[in-house]
Design a protein around this ligand. Structure first.
Ligand SMILES: Nc1nc(=O)c2c([nH]1)NC[C@@H]1CN(c3ccc(C(=O)N[C@@H](CCC(=O)O)C(=O)O)cc3)C=[N+]21
Length: 298
C-alpha cells in the first residue's frame, strides 16, 4: 500500500507551529497577524472556504475579518473596497475569494491588490517574483503541494514531474516551482493541458504526477507507471444523496485503482485542500512579519 500524503495531519502541524509563534509574539507585545477576506455573492463552496479560513485564524490566534457583498456589487465599488483594505494598517493581508461574478474583470481586481498584502500570491508582481526565484508569496495551493513533498521527504531532483492543468493558480506556478533551483524543485517538468494530444503518453512517464484540472476520474491506473508519486489537487463537488450535504468531494485521480501503483498519493478530501488553507495562514504570517517585502524596495 502507498504512503498517504496526509494533508490534514501536516496542516495541523503547520497550524500548531504558527500558533506557538503567535503566542511568542504576544509575549513580546507584537501585533497579531490579521487576515481579511472579500466574498462576493453566495457560491456554496466559496462560503465554506471563507468560513473555514475564519475558523483556522481563530484556532491559531490570528485576527480575521470578512467582508460580504451582494453579487450586484459593481466593479468600481469592489475596487474601492480593495483599496480600503490596501490602506488599512490593521490588515496585514487579504484575499478576494474567486470566482467573481461575470460583470467584474478578475484581473483588474487582482491587480488592484497591493503586492505586499496579496497573501493569495495572485498579483503579477508576486507571480513574477516567484518565477524569478525572489522572495514572494507563493499561492496557497502550490505552497501546499510543495510543503507536502517536503514534509514527506520526497526526492524531486532529476525526477520527471508531469503537471496536468495550466491554471495561473495551480498548474503554472507548480510547474515553475518544480523546475526551479530549490528543494522541492530541480525536476524535469512537463506541463500538459487541454490541448495536449495523447495525455496518457506523458502521464505514463511521470515519476511525480501533479493533477490540477477539476475533472473527477480523469487519471486512471493505465495512465501511470509503477512507483509514481501522485498529488491530486482536484476537489470537485459531485452530487451524492448518501451524504449529509448531498455531495461528496472528488479528486481528478481514480484513487482506488491508481493508489495500487503509487508509492505516495494524496487523498481527496484530506490531501491538498487542507494544505491550501495552511498556505494562506503561512503567507499571512509572512505578511505580518514583513518577511517578503519589508526589508527591500519593491
Ligand atoms: N481567492 C481565492 N483563493 C483561494 O485559495 C481559493 C479561491 N479564491 N477560490 C476557491 C479555491 C478552492 N480552494 C480550496 C481551499 C480549501 C479546500 C479544502 O480545505 N478542502 C478540504 C475539504 C473541505 C470540505 O469538506 O468542503 C479537503 O480537500 O479535504 C478546498 C478548496 C481555495 N480557493
Amino acid at each position: 500500500m502507498p504512503i498517504l500524503l496526509d494533508g490534514k495531519k501536516i496542516s495541523s502541524q503547520i497550524k500548531e507551529e504558527l500558533k506557538a509563534k503567535v503566542e511568542e509574539l504576544k509575549k513580546e507585545g507584537g501585533k497579531v497577524p490579521h487576515l481579511s477576506a472579500i466574498l462576493v455573492g453566495t457560491d456554496g463552496a466559496s462560503q465554506t472556504y471563507v468560513e473555514a479560513k475564519v475558523k483556522d485564524c481563530q484556532e491559531i490566534g490570528f485576527e480575521s475579518s470578512k467582508l460580504l457583498f451582494d453579487d450586484t456589487i459593481s466593479e468600481a465599488e469592489l475596487l474601492q473596497e480593495v483599496d480600503k483594505l490596501n490602506n488599512d494598517d490593521r490588515v496585514d493581508g487579504f484575499i478576494v475569494q474567486l470566482p467573481l461574478p461575470k460583470h467584474i474583470d478578475v484581473n483588474k481586481v487582482l491587480n488592484a491588490i497591493k503586492p505586499e498584502k496579496d497573501v493569495d500570491g495572485f498579483h503579477p508582481v508576486n507571480y513574477g517574483r516567484m518565477a524569478s526565484n525572489l522572495p514572494a508569496y507563493v499561492p496557497a495551493t502550490p505552497f501546499g503541494v510543495m510543503e507536502l513533498i517536503k514534509r514527506y521527504d520526497i526526492q524531486t531532483k532529476g525526477k520527471h514531474c508531469v503537471v496536468v492543468g495550466r491554471s495561473h493558480i495551480v498548474g503554472s506556478p507548480v510547474s515553475i516551482l518544480m523546475g526551479s533551483a530549490n528543494y522541492p524543485g530541480d525536476a524535469t517538468v512537463t506541463l500538459t493541458h487541454r490541448f495536449t494530444v495523447d495525455l496518457a503518453k506523458y502521464t505514463k512517464q511521470a515519476d511525480i504526477l501533479i493533477v490540477a484540472v477539476g475533472k473527477p476520474g480523469l487519471i486512471t491506473a493505465d495512465m501511470v507507471k509503477n512507483n509514481v508519486v501522485v498529488i491530486d489537487v482536484g476537489t470537485t463537488r459531485v452530487s451524492d444523496s448518501s451524504k449529509k450535504f448531498g455531495f461528496s468531494l472528488k479528486g481528478d485521480v481514480l484513487f482506488d485503482e491508481v493508489s495500487k501503483k503509487a508509492t505516495h498519493i494524496t487523498p481527496v478530501p484530506g490531501g491538498v485542500g487542507p494544505m491550501t488553507r495552511a498556505g494562506l495562514l503561512m503567507n499571512t504570517w509572512l505578511a505580518a512579519q514583513k518577511e517578503i517585502y519589508g526589508k527591500e524596495l519593491v
